[in-house]
Design a protein. Structure first.
Length: 117
């Protein structure tokens, strides 16, 4: 079992930056593929970014060049650095963990990001 706890959400002005953190426990963090998703009310949860156990990363087209995912294995923590934020980025962000390369196995409780225009 893996527990994920997100933090770092909040209110930011459009064009500003925010860093989300995801602290993991319960399993060897360095072996997990970590990701970030977001979900607006009434919409499907959508992929934002992923970083695999070896540090390789991928991003949704909508955030490429603005968001950076990273991990710090010594702290069992994954991060999502968000820059040039837009009102369209405002929603709840969820941290994810996957043991393999397939479906997500664990989810965090979510952290809300609000972007004022």
């Amino acid at each position: 079992q893996v527990q994920l706890v997100e933090s770092g959400g909040g209110l930011v002005q459009a064009g500003g930056s925010l860093r989300l953190s995801c602290a993991a426990s319960g399993r060897t963090f360095s072996s997990l593929n970590m990701g970030w998703y977001r979900q607006a009310p009434g919409k499907e949860r959508e992929f934002v970014a992923v970083i695999n156990w070896s540090g390789g990363s991928d991003y949704a087209d909508s955030v490429k060049g603005r968001f950076t995912i990273s991990r710090e294995n010594a702290k069992n923590t994954a991060y999502l650095q968000m820059s040039s934020l837009k009102p369209a980025d405002a929603t709840i962000y969820y941290c994810s963990a996957a043991i393999g390369l397939g479906a997500v196995d664990y989810w965090g409780q979510g952290t809300r990001v609000t972007v004022s225009s």
